[in-house]
Design a protein around this ligand. Sequence first.
Ligand SMILES: Nc1nc2c(ncn2[C@@H]2O[C@H](COP(=O)(O)OP(=O)(O)O)[C@@H](O)[C@H]2O)c(=O)[nH]1
Ligand SMILES: [Mg+2]
Length: 274
Amino acid sequence: MTMAGGDSSTPPVVFVVGTAGAGKSSLVTAFQRWSRFLETEVLAVNLDPGAERVHYDAEFDVRDMISLTEVMDEYDLGPNGAQILAADLLAAQAGDVAEQLHTLSGELMIVDTPGQVELFAFREASSHLIDVLGREQAAIIYLFDPMLSRSPSGFVSQMLLSSIVEFRLGLPTKNFLSKSDLLDEEELERVLEWSERLEILEQALFDEAGGQRTEFAINQLRLMQSFSQAPGLTPLSSELEEGLADILTFVQAMYGGMSDARDGFAPDIEHERN
Ligand SMILES: Nc1nc2c(ncn2[C@@H]2O[C@H](COP(=O)(O)OP(=O)(O)O)[C@@H](O)[C@H]2O)c(=O)[nH]1
Ligand SMILES: [Mg+2]
């Protein structure tokens, strides 16, 4: 019996998603480093064919299957077109990818996704890949960019994007405020409060001059409010190794497995989800 729960041999899979530069690759690196300290086996996977360099040890790297420069040459495409085609080529080989990943043993798989959020969230290929990898124990960590989250309208845009990603991929999603070390204490507190209390965010939107744009944001916000969908941000800093345990706790709460981060010791292999 695997501790991951469910019938699949793959451990729980966490997809790290966010806009370009939000800190996805850094998070995978920090999470892997941190989990080694806990003596837990985290498998890092790179699904970004456009990555120049990654700083984690990738158990699977899409660049071994698909070379962006070769795709550009072969199909006479620019970098953007090549990225889109690469995503589709990868999906066409999803069975192979899943087979390779299923041979790996570990307690949790963390997946770095393409730099541009739309390449992962808006391509049919990604849903297919998630299906093949096993939807039943997959989740999304969505990273809010701190600089885009500082203004009320920017914050609402991030909320909308996160909701769209969740809707597109149909996986349980937890929102994190990435690079939280870049915000000063006051800013951080304000942004975290917005994420819990939409009525305060709404007031901040009113106060932010912006005419039509603000009206749009408020309408969107009210829609979300009616579904009581506050994004509930958790601060995260790969730089300071903050919030990493919250990722683990989230995945454990959903799918069990892995040692308890608060104990910080080796995994209890027999532990079952209750
Ligand atoms: N201060 C700070 N910078 C970060 C943090 N995480 C990432 N960065 C920086 O943000 C930039 C983009 O990060 P990257 O992980 O490549 O983003 P990606 O495009 O989402 O994969 C890099 O210059 C990182 O060094 C963090 O927690 N704190
Ligand atoms: Mg990256």
